[in-house]
Design a protein around this ligand. Structure first.
Ligand SMILES: NC(=O)c1ccc[n+]([C@@H]2O[C@H](COP(=O)([O-])OP(=O)(O)OC[C@H]3O[C@@H](n4cnc5c(N)ncnc54)[C@H](O)[C@@H]3O)[C@@H](O)[C@H]2O)c1
Length: 324
């Protein structure tokens, strides 16, 4: 078991990282969170703020002086043993429109985190990568498939981040875990198809416009399963550089199912209108064949199928929107 006592989470106020903060705090681990609050929200950290072992700082990771000062101050009582680097631009379409967004928030944040880890002698890194690094492949997407040609700027900057981490493991990190996430869904989402559908239906409860023809299919994964998987991997992944796809191999969800489920929960009278074509937007991969055999072999399997993850997430997000 890889002992974590005191960790830094970047992007802490975001969707996934805020759930991670809750899970690490529940394990009794001391957590410091950093987020520039560009996409994340303080409200996501409501339960974390109730814990004495939690501290939060609003800062941009591209402001090295401020972030370095926070790490130095926070390290005075005890050093950090692990950084969980989840900060990134999570909006793929924003990165297509303006490539600087992914350079700055997806790649340079990783580069800066690595610089700071070297300077402050923090030995272990857990990194949120993505299935978007793979681009379009016709073979099963195993961790060792290659060559890899991402088709979005976001995927390209995540792949570049993985490369920088690999080089850092060679020179100064003791251990790194790279998690390649699928589409993650659940409460506190700041983006994604379910989130978009729910918000579209709030504006127009009579009609839901869906990009594509509804046949695109992807595995969806609930954030609760994701957090469990990441903790399992950090406990059991013993290589110096551990790289794992996380997801469900044998279940996928069509956009049609996603749209119909959202309509059923959020606005049952709404009509669904598909724009046509088999791609929703530039950088969207129409079909994926994602292998999670390596994670299975390590001994972990998800609780929910893709459709179950979608059902649960839609219910959670609709409830959140209704309560806001
Ligand atoms: N949600 C998914 O389906 C999914 C899939 C694959 C990978 N990921 C990865 O998981 C991680 C978390 O994603 P999420 O869905 O929770 O997104 P999110 O947008 O909710 O969280 C990312 C957080 O990073 C913060 N951030 C961005 N740039 C920053 C900067 N320069 N300085 C400080 N903070 C910054 C944002 O404000 C946000 O709170 C990201 O690295 C993302 O790329 C997510």
């Amino acid at each position: 078991m890889s002992q974590q006592n005191k960790v830094l989470i970047t992007g802490a106020a975001g969707f996934i990282a805020s759930h991670l903060a809750d899970a690490l705090l529940a394990r009794g681990i001391t957590v410091t969170g950093i987020d520039n609050l560009k996409l994340g929200k303080r409200e996501n950290l409501a339960s974390a703020f109730k814990k004495p072992k939690f501290n939060f700082f609003q800062a941009d990771l591209n402001d090295l002086a401020t972030t370095g000062q926070i790490i130095a101050n926070e390290s005075k009582s005890a050093p950090f043993d692990t950084v969980w680097h989840l900060a990134a631009n999570s909006d793929i379409r924003a990165g297509v429109a303006d490539p600087d967004v992914d350079l700055r928030d997806t790649f340079l944040t990783t580069f800066n985190v690595l610089k700071l880890m070297r300077e402050h002698k923090i030995p272990r890194l857990a990194f949120a990568s993505t299935s978007a690094i793979y681009g379009v492949h016709h073979r099963p997407l195993t961790e060792d498939i290659g060559p890899i040609f991402p088709i979005s700027n976001y995927g390209a900057m995540k792949l570049a981040s993985e490369a920088a981490i690999s080089a850092s493991v060679e020179s100064f990190l003791d251990r790194a875990w790279i998690f390649r996430f699928p589409n993650v869904v659940g409460s506190r989402a700041t983006h994604g198809a379910i989130y978009d559908f729910c918000h579209k239906l709030k504006v127009n409860p009579a009609e839901l416009e869906v990009l594509g023809d509804g046949t695109q299919q992807k595995p969806y994964f609930h954030v609760a399963d994701l957090i469990e998987a990441m903790l399992f991997i950090t406990d059991n992944g013993k290589e110096k550089l551990n790289c794992f796809n996380i997801g469900t191999s044998d279940s996928v969800t069509t956009v049609k199912y996603l749209a119909e489920t959202t309509v059923r929960f959020a606005s049952p009278q709404a009509k669904i209108r598909y724009t046509g074509g088999n791609r929703g937007w530039v950088g969207d991969v129409p079909k994926v064949n994602y292998s999670v055999d390596k994670l299975k072999q390590l001994g972990w399997a998800p609780r929910l199928t893709s459709n179950q993850a979608v059902d649960r997430a839609v219910a959670e997000i609709v409830a959140e929107i209704n309560n806001s």
